[in-house]
Structure formats: structure tokens, C-alpha cells
Ligand binder design. Structure first.
Ligand SMILES: Cc1cc2nc3c(=O)[nH]c(=O)nc-3n(C[C@H](O)[C@H](O)[C@H](O)COP(=O)(O)O)c2cc1C
Length: 494
């Protein structure tokens, strides 16, 4: 997601400036073109050469440098940036930005850019909590600047408090999320809400013993991070795991299958997609002993009962993606599960395969959709598997969007041969004018005008059907692109 993007990394005169070297390094390694802009004070804390060595580009410090590769430095930087990040940001730069002061390359670049600006403050707790700094932060937030941190902890002064620079992973997580929201990535989930479940559940036998499974949560966490990076608002409902909670994601911790069910039920009314990567217990003890069960006799019989089947129970207008861990007849069993639970996609993994499934960093999966299309992927890192799943979810979301906003009509022989009128079905009359109107219909290559007669809701497209070699049974999709005056026409071949 970061690869190929251009990021201006502003570094200011904070004791935390040395941490910007790590941020520049990690961004560079992720394939980002990093333009480091330093304030004069920042150069007293860290050498510009460090950034040059890591990013392959000289850090920009002087706005009036006649030897600069840029025509007008701050304008060029501002225009090229997909995101501007200031890390660390001093109280001084925050105050300057809030006031609109433009007296160095960094403040001028921020003023001149239309890209999102991420600010990671770092300073002494009293400086941060000072009402004037707080007022400046609020002003910038209101104007759409995105803040990450500061965090609570030990400060350079020896004091403890709010003022530490957010860690590198957190800052890069927010940058990825901002890029996703800005619509710079294909298959974007900007303005979408994704609910992802992860990990195992734990069902209590007594206060110390549980029934659980080997799910590590890695697949679900990879999905949550990947969909966040595509700009989604994400709710991650997670069973107990040892993984670090992803930043920029609402995390709901649960333990039992019932708790997971309740959390999913509460979250899905706002969701566009539910991805159930958690390995939820199918059975739980019928009763949980209040005290630790004592060792006695030679054996112990537990009576189990079924837990709620979350995927079957939660219903709504969102896309449902399930996982199936199978040890035999992978495609057959998974397809049956997809149909029984009314899923849009099922991701099946063969738990007997080496280096795949529970606990592993990679996964080999087969993705099956509602139309029965089976896509068997090679062994891939879980993050890449997540991207493949999201590509498919994005395609379903965009098709649904199209279906809602457009009309699709099956082409008949008479539409082609006799140039007979294509009738708009009554349910889609809302997409067309109520009066006699000249409407423009366009394919990618051609445009025609038609007078639209609201009485009959029809027009002839025979000349296009012939020109585009449209056959009987192909679909013509008509989508308004500008009010009720301009329409895109696509031919979907059978
Ligand atoms: C040793 C030292 C550490 C400093 N650390 C910070 C800091 O973490 N945050 C901050 O806002 N200011 C800090 N300052 C003060 C800034 O360097 C000072 O306000 C400077 O004018 C900021 O300039 P700039 O915002 O243009 O980089 C520090 C100063 C010194 C001498």
C-alpha cells in the first residue's frame, strides 16, 4: 500500500528527532519516496546526512538554496506529496501551523499542500498540556490535521507524562490508513466499515481450565490491518491472543463464543462487510464448575452443548466472508458451508498442509464465491492472503454499488436486428428524467444523444449493439454519470 507513494517527512527540533531516522528508514524500505524536510533546529539534533543515506535524497533545509533540484522547493514538495507527516512535531511547529506562519520550508510546504497532514507531537508534558498548545492542537484537528500521539511515558526530562513520540509502527500505521482513506489505493475501502473477527475463543470448564483451539489470530489481524490500510473504519473482535493490537482499529476483546456472538451482533448493523476469521468453538461445557475440579477416579466426562453459529445467525445487508479449516474434501465441504450459511465468500484452508494455517505466518487458501468460482492460491504470507480476500470483497462491494446505481437489461435479438427500443424497467425509472429531455449516452469511445420520452421510458441502441458486436443475451448496463443528463453505457458479454 505504501509502495510508490511520495511522503514528505517533516522533522523538527525535538529531542525525539533521532526517531525520525527510523521512520524514514522504514518508509524507504517499504518503497516510499521519502522527502525529508528539516527545520534548522532539527539539524542540531540529528544530521541531515543520516536521512540522505537512508532515503537516497538530500534532506531539504533551506528554502532559498540556489543549488536545490526543485524549482520552487516548498511548492514542488507540497504538490508531489501523497501525505505530509511531521514526526516529531515540536510545540513551535504546531503553533506556527495553527497560526498560518510560513517562515521555513516545512511550514511553507504544509501551507501549500492539499495532501493530508499527519502530526506526531513530542515534547515535555507541561509544554503539551499548556492551554495554548492544546488550543493549537484543537484548531489543527478541526481543520482536518490528523494527530498520532503523543503517548504517556518517561520523557527526556526524567518526568513521566503525556509527551512521548508515538512509536514508529503506530505512525506508519496511521500513514497507511490515511493513504487508504485518500483513495490513492485501488480496491479502496474508504467510507466503508469492516468487522473482522480473529483468534480462538475459550470455553470454561472450571475457573482455570478451558476448551480452546490453536488459532493464533494472525490471519484476522492481518485482515484488520490490510482493510484499515485501504481506508476502512475497522472493528476487530478478537479472542485472547499474544499479538500486538493494531493501531487505528477499534479492538473489542472477547473470550467466549457467546461474547463473540454478542460483539458481532452489536457491530454488524453499521458494517459493509463481516469477515469471520476467528476460530469459534463449536461446543462449550454445558455447565462451568464454580470451583476447580478436583482430580479423582480414572477419568472425567464432560457434557458439551452447541455454541451459537455466529455466521448463520447474524443477518443483514453486509457482505459475509467465512473461513473453513478443513482436513479433507476442502472445496466440497467449504462450498456446502458457504451455501448453508448464506456467505458471499468462503476462505478454505487445508489444515494438514505444511507451513499453513494455525499459528503460521503464511497460509495456503482456496477462495470460493457464491457463483461457485474456485480460486486456489499458492502459499503466501498472511498479509498477502488478506489482500487477495479484500480484492474479492472490494469487487463484490463495487458490483453491489453498481447494481444499486445502474440498470442492467438483457439484450434481445429484436434489440439488435430491428433496432427495437430498450425498455427501462419500472423499478429503475428513478434514474431517468421525468420530462422530455435530451440525454447523452456514452461508451468509453462514443457518444450519442437521445430524446428521452418519460412516458415510455425507452430508447433504441441498435446501432451500438451492431458496432460493439453485442449478442443476444449480453447485458447492457446504463449508469447515470451526471445528474439525469449523462449516462455511461457498458456491454457485459455473456
Ligand atoms: C535539548 C532540547 C530538547 C528539546 N526538545 C523539544 C521537544 O521535544 N519538543 C519541543 O516542542 N521542543 C523541544 N525543544 C525546544 C525546541 O527545539 C525549540 O522550540 C525550537 O525553536 C523548535 O524549532 P522548530 O520547531 O523550528 O524545529 C528542545 C530544545 C532543546 C534545547
Amino acid at each position: 500500500m505504501l509502495e510508490g507513494k511520495t511522503i514528505v517527512l517533516g522533522v523538527t527540533g525535538s529531542i525525539a528527532a533521532y526517531k525520525a531516522v527510523d521512520i524514514a528508514n522504514q518508509l524507504s524500505r517499504a518503497g516510499v519516496n521519502v522527502d525529508v524536510v528539516m527545520t534548522k533546529e532539527a539539524t542540531k539534533f540529528v544530521a541531515p546526512l543520516s536521512f540522505r543515506a537512508l532515503t537516497g535524497r538530500a534532506a531539504v533545509i533551506d528554502m532559498f538554496d540556489a543549488s536545490s533540484e526543485f524549482n520552487i522547493t516548498h511548492i514542488s514538495l507540497a504538490g508531489a506529496a501523497n501525505v505530509v507527516v511531521i514526526a516529531p512535531a515540536t510545540a513551535n511547529i504546531i503553533a506556527k501551523l495553527a497560526a498560518g506562519i510560513a517562515d521555513d520550508v516545512l511550514s511553507c510546504t504544509v501551507l501549500a499542500t492539499t495532501a493530508p497532514v499527519v502530526i506526531a507531537p513530542a515534547m515535555d508534558v507541561n509544554m503539551y498540556e499548556n492551554p495554548v498548545t492544546q488550543e493549537n492542537v484543537s484548531k489543527l484537528k478541526e481543520r482536518g490535521f490528523i494527530f498520532v500521539g503523543p503517548r504517556f511515558g518517561k520523557l527526556a526530562s526524567g518526568k513521566e507524562g503525556l509527551g512521548r513520540l508515538a512509536n514508529t509502527e503506530e505512525i506508519i500505521g496511521v500513514i497507511s490508513q490515511v493513504l487508504g482513506r485518500s483513495g490513492y489505493v485501488p480496491g479502496s475501502f474508504a467510507d466503508r466499515h469492516a468487522v473482522v473477527t480473529a483468534g480462538s475463543t475459550q470455553e470454561f470448564i472450571d475457573p482455570v481450565r478451558i476448551i480452546s483451539n490453536r488459532s493464533s489470530g494472525k490471519m484476522g489481524y492481518a485482515l484488520a490491518e490490510a482493510v484499515r490500510d485501504r481506508g476502512a473504519k475497522v472493528t476487530l473482535i478478537t479472542g485472547p491472543t499474544l499479538l500486538t493490537k493494531p493501531v487505528g482499529v477499534e479492538v473489542i476483546d472477547v473470550c467466549t463464543a457467546e461474547e463473540m456472538f454478542q460483539a458481532v451482533k452489536n457491530a454488524v448493523p453499521r458494517a459493509d462487510v463481516l469477515i469471520m476469521a476467528a476460530a469459534v468453538a463449536d461446543y462449550r461445557p454445558k455447565s462451568t464448575a464454580k470451583e476447580k475440579i478436583k482430580k479423582k477416579g480414572t477419568g472425567l466426562t464432560l457434557e458439551l452443548e452447541r455454541t451459537t453459529d455466529i455466521l448463520s445467525e447474524v443477518k443483514g445487508d453486509f457482505i459475509k466472508v467465512g473461513f473453513a479449516a478443513e482436513s479433507e474434501n476442502l472445496v466440497g465441504n467449504a462450498t456446502q458451508k458457504l451455501q448453508q450459511k448464506g456467505l458471499d465468500l468462503i476462505v478454505a484452508n487445508d489444515i494438514t498442509a505444511k507451513d499453513s494455517g494455525f499459528g503460521a505466518d503464511s497460509n495456503q487458501v482456496t477462495i470460493i464465491d457464491r457463483e461457485g468460482k474456485v480460486d486456489s492460491l499458492p502459499l503466501l504470507p498472511k498479509r498477502e492472503v488478506a489482500e487477495k480476500i479484500l480484492d474479492k470483497v472490494a469487487a463484490i462491494l463495487s458490483k453491489r454499488q453498481n447494481d444499486m446505481n445502474s440498470v442492467e437489461i438483457a439484450v434481445t435479438r429484436s434489440h439488435i436486428k430491428d433496432n427495437s427500443n430498450v425498455h427501462i424497467p419500472k423499478e429503475r425509472w428513478d434514474l431517468f428524467p421525468d420530462f422530455y429531455t435530451k440525454i447523452e449516452l456514452r461508451t468509453d469511445e462514443n457518444i450519442i444523444q437521445r430524446i428521452f420520452n418519460p412516458k415510455y421510458h425507452e430508447f433504441a441502441l441498435g446501432e451500438w449493439f451492431k458496432a460493439y458486436q453485442v449478442k443476444e443475451g449480453d447485458i447492457v448496463r446504463i449508469t447515470p454519470i451526471e445528474g439525469k443528463e449523462k449516462y455511461r453505457v457498458e456491454f457485459l458479454k455473456k
